[in-house]
Design a protein around this ligand. Sequence first.
Ligand code: CTP
Length: 397
Amino acid sequence: MLAGKRLLLIIGGGIAAYKCLDLIRRLKEQGAGVTPVLTRAAQEFVTPLSVSALAGEKVYTDLFDLTDEAEMGHIQLSRMADLVLVAPATADLMAKMAGGHANDLATTLLMATDTPVMIAPAMNVRMWEHAATQRNLTTLVADGISVVGPNIGGMACGEHGAGRMSEPMEIVGAVEAALSDGPLKGKRVLVTSGPTHEPIDPVRYIANRSSGAQGTAIASALAALGAEVVFVTGPADVPPPQGVEVIAVQSAAEMLKAVQGALPVDAGVFAAAVADWRVKHESGSKIKKQDGKLPVLEFAENPDILAEVSQMKKGRPKLVVGFAAETDDVIANATAKRKRKGCDWIVANDVSPETGIMGGTENTVHLITDDGVDNWPRMGKSEVARQLAERIAASLS
Ligand code: CTP
């Protein structure tokens, strides 16, 4: 939540400026007040009227606006916020910031402010990868400016790669983490969640009954304590949490790649129900029925993501938390699993159908650590998540 927080939102002149209209709505939904500033170039992409209507506030566009006696001076304007957010931060705006220019209202405010600054870069992939932009980025990070994104994906210019501005809710999450006073402020935590789908052919797959509810609740609870959360999710039934970076995957192989790309992190919580096997030879076309013949599927073992991260020689997260979904001998199996995989903690739960845990709203867990087994009473999945997040915060502090 951003209740009572005020943001100075500097909108740069790029095509991603259109996303700022949604960003303003999302920030306001979280309780923030937004004072928008449009650069001259930004006004080519969005109008001051639409920005002002969504923000419910006056839009500042020009340094001369502020010379009026009735207006706030630029020094005052630059310091009235809890955070100055630049979105989209274009290559040009980043260069001006890195060079200390102050030739319009936006850059003057950025020079005059004494509050934290965050940028959400957005530009063409070649511009992003250009040595000058990367040099400017290093300078800005060294100056203490925080950066959200950019994402990899298709761009308005038709190219593909890094340079897409982060989605509004990812930016909201980064803002919340930056402004949070929670115990996980400044910590980056990875959460895997949901089932994986292992393809048989273009229309069929093998899956499991995980809804993603417990992993989603854990990601929310960690974000609420101020963590920057990377949420890697298979195709879950429940929507992903708000205010976290969401990476959606299908298969175990894709999940492993996403997890590796999200490292380094301070802690990893592996709540996903990853398929142990995939079909060895995925068919490129739909497997057809053949009279009197049944298809035979050959399996191959999937990578064990939790074990790989737990056993990393370099850059291992300080805390690795696994889950154990068991139907028999829950504690004994989970204790052995913790040892075999090399994680620090295991959250064990009985997923036998009669417990109603898989796909349900409650959970009964046993937290297994070096100190032994802690048996938690049956409670809602969000309460399990809240208590686990507090334990993680205590362990990372
Ligand atoms: N896990 C993983 N990658 C896999 C399989 C499991 O990261 N390929 C993780 C899960 O996210 C969970 C833990 O390992 O944190 C245990 O998952 P579980 O399904 O209980 O155990 P398995 O390793 O699959 O063992 P088994 O099926 O024999 O119980």
